[in-house]
Design a protein around this ligand. Structure first.
Ligand code: SAH
Length: 266
């Protein structure tokens, strides 16, 4: 089974000797000293790392093909791949890990959390079939990377993070990188974002024990919700939930995955 698991939380695998405290301190120092010069996205996209980004896309395409029997996805929508190719993932990881930013693996981002594996970001983004006019909700902002990929594709992204430090960092990082169409909120995403509903799509990037009913309620007709559901600290099932135009809901199992848990009071 392990060969088929898209592991999004394997920070210990690479960094078992480092405490989260060390990561956290360095991260804050790095953020405090980061230059806040906003360059247009197009200019940033050509500035370095091009070869590595291309290799990462090839890696994602390969993994998509290998998992197609389970996911039913043979190829990621080219416009999703283009969006991933434009986002500077090295800006979303701690500076000391930027050398790994274009490898197809999750990485620690402090606070015991991880930035998801690029393949999983590609798959989840593909599954919601984003359209330019869409309004999308993400639960689990983390670094803001998935939100940036979504922001490349849709008009409006709302994203909720429960860890104050991460929400703060993403609030600073996204506009600095040119993403003005993302709104970050510090809250428990289990309850969605009632003031901004309905959403054409919802992406949950933390593992829930069940599908949160408020999220299904905030999904627009013909909307899609993608969410890992299962035991925390174990293997979960990535689910694709669709709300039909008549309000009927269908569920499809996509792939066994491993995500950090959805926390909060619920
Ligand atoms: N999408 C992120 C990675 C997600 S890691 C990225 O692209 O970097 C999962 C994130 O979900 C973590 O940052 C965690 O703090 C957050 N999270 C966990 N429970 C949550 C909740 N109830 N509401 C909002 N965010 C939550």
């Amino acid at each position: 089974m392990t060969g088929n698991i898209a592991n999004t939380s394997a920070s210990r695998f690479y960094f078992g000797t480092r405490s989260h405290g060390q990561f956290t301190r360095r991260r804050f120092l790095a953020v405090a000293s980061a230059a806040s010069v906003a360059l247009p996205k197009s200019v940033q996209a050509v500035a370095g790392h091009t070869g590595m980004r291309r290799a990462m896309l090839a890696n994602i395409a390969g993994m998509t093909a290998r998992t197609a029997a389970s996911t039913g996805v043979v190829e990621i929508d080219p416009k999703v791949m283009d969006a991933i190719g434009r986002v500077l993932r090295h800006e979303f990881v701690p500076p000391e890990l930027s050398g790994y930013a274009y490898e197809n693996r999750p990485l620690p981002i402090g606070y015991g959390q991880t930035i998801s594996q690029p393949y999983i970001v590609a798959l989840m983004t593909h599954l919601i079939a984003p359209e330019t006019h869409h309004r999308v909700l993400e639960v689990g902002t983390g670094s803001g990377y998935q939100a940036a990929v979504l922001a490349e594709l849709v008009d409006r992204v709302h994203t909720i993070e429960i860890v104050p430090g991460l929400a703060l960092e993403a609030t600073e990082r996204l506009p600095r990188l040119g993403y003005e169409n993302v709104e970050v909120r510090l809250d428990d995403g289990y309850f969605g974002w009632p003031a901004a509903e309905p959403f054409n799509a919802i992406v949950v990037t933390a593992a829930a024990s069940h599908v949160p009913p408020p999220l299904v309620a905030q999904l627009a007709p013909s909307g899609a919700l993608v969410i890992p559901v299962g035991q925390p600290f174990s293997v979960q099932m990535l689910l694709l939930i669709r709300k039909r135009a008549d309000g009927q809901v269908s569920v499809r199992q996509i792939l066994p995955v491993r995500f950090v848990p959805l926390t909060g009071g619920h």
